[in-house]
Design a protein around this ligand. Structure first.
Ligand SMILES: *Cc1c(COP(=O)(O)O)cnc(C)c1O
Length: 416
């Protein structure tokens, strides 16, 4: 079996064991070259028309990564006031931030409005709240095209079974509410779901969005959403990466036919999150115990669900590689094993019943494709500090980009 880590020289000569010894285990490690290359890919998705790519920062909101996004010419999507404030810290100006919240308070809306940030509204009630604060201004609206896509029901964000967006049958009501407050819809957007490797449902949804868009005569922007998948099975099943060339070609045809019937081209946007950061991140953790319990073998690690919750939350698959003495263990005897964490939950499993090289105590587990929805969803459950994050820079240096939590951090809010 080939090793991804060795193939791409992920650590650039740095010994992962030494990294863990220095920065603590577990540890999120990012590779700057891979990160920048993914950013360039999404940045170049539409070339024929005016286009901006908005990185959806909920996937990874490390400040250093945001600054790299700024350098690479990406704009960003924020889902909350906290994300807006973080983007401002990273140096994004208001015109490069897009606020796409759902179910937020007036004060959160007001923060975006006062900062001159375009807001996308996803219900008629929220349009009304917005209209009361800032009548006579420009807004975006999020439409549910009635088609969803995604790797798990929990991340399908359009279609008939989701809380998100305004459904097509409510558009007249939506327009009436906008008229009441003299709000001008300058953008329609959608987000059909997360992690599609097959572009078909996405392209279908784009068609539906374009049909809706034709009802608005002077749109400045049309935002096609995010959701582009990453190959989480590339080592175990030789899964191929998302086919950008064919996607770009097919998308361009859709854009052409829309522009022709609309009469002019608005600026198109996409808002990928996962794809931008997924492959550039690897999570390292240590094996502290190996045991057999009835007929199952377990490797007990510090990779709890508080560190990477995707397997527990969605049943997600992450390829793993085993490191010993600084090298990937690729050959030798293999066996079926379940890799678990140190959290008091029976669902605390990183990988279940995997055929892997025999794992030993003190090995390091490398969880691949952990850059998206990894650290950003981490918590202090069981009073465990969240790990540090480091970046292997383009010149092979190791840079600490977020400190590990201290116990003081955990106790900071208490009345003591
Ligand atoms: C989460 C989200 C995205 C990004 O989704 P990915 O699957 O990470 O690409 C884009 N747009 C909106 C509105 C989102 O909520």
């Amino acid at each position: 079996m080939r090793s991804y880590i060795e193939n791409v020289d992920f650590f650039k000569g740095n010994d992962p064991e030494a990294l863990v010894a220095k920065y603590g285990s577990p540890l999120y490690v990012y590779n700057e070259d891979i990160l920048r290359s993914c950013m360039r890919t999404v940045r170049g998705l539409i070339t024929k028309y005016d286009y901006t790519c908005n990185f959806s920062i909920k996937a990874n909101s490390n400040l250093t990564i945001l600054k790299i996004a700024l350098e690479e010419g990406l704009n960003c999507d924020a889902m909350s006031e906290g994300e807006i404030r973080l983007l401002q810290k990273a140096g994004f100006t208001s015109d490069r931030i897009f606020f796409v919240p759902n179910n937020v308070s007036d004060s959160e809306l007001k923060y975006a409005i006062d900062n001159g940030i375009l807001v996308s509204l996803d219900s008629i009630d929220q349009i009304e709240s917005y209209g009361k604060i800032a009548p006579g201004t420009d807004i975006a609206v999020r439409i549910n095209p009635g088609v969803g896509a995604g790797h798990h029901q929990k991340v399908v964000t359009a279609g008939k079974n989701t809380k998100f967006a305004i459904t097509v049958d409510k558009i007249d009501e939506m327009i009436a509410m906008c008229e009441k407050y003299d709000l001008h819809i300058i953008e329609v957007n959608q987000h059909v779901g997360s992690l599609f490797m097959d572009p078909e449902p996405f392209l279908k949804a784009v068609e539906t969005l374009f049909d809706v868009a034709k009802r608005f005569k002077d749109l400045k922007y049309i935002d096609l959403g995010g959701g582009i998948g990453a190959p989480y099975h590339k080592v175990s099943e030789d899964e191929k990466p998302f086919d950008f060339d064919s996607f770009k070609e097919r998308l361009e045809k859709e854009l052409d036919s829309f522009v022709e019937s609309y009469g002019h081209a608005p600026l198109f946007k996409m808002e990928p999150g996962r794809f931008v950061v997924c492959e550039s991140g690897i999570l390292l953790g240590k094996v502290y115990a190996v045991k057999t319990s009835y007929d199952r073998k377990y490797a007990g690690t510090d990779l709890g669900q508080n560190i990477l919750v995707r397997p527990t939350l969605y049943g997600s698959w992450h390829d793993v590689e085993i490191l010993r003495n600084g090298k990937v263990v690729a050959d030798g005897e293999r066996e079926k094993i379940t890799i678990v964490g140190n959290i008091c939950e029976s669902g605390d499993k990183i990988a279940e019943d995997r055929e892997l090289p025999v794992i030993k105590k003190d090995d390091i587990i490398a969880v691949l494709d952990a850059g998206a929805y990894g650290y950003s969803m981490a918590s202090n459950y069981n009073q465990r500090p969240r790990p540090a994050e480091v970046m292997i820079t383009s010149d092979g240096e190791v840079r600490l980009i977020r400190k590990r939590d201290t116990f003081e951090d955990l106790f900071r809010g208490f009345d003591i």
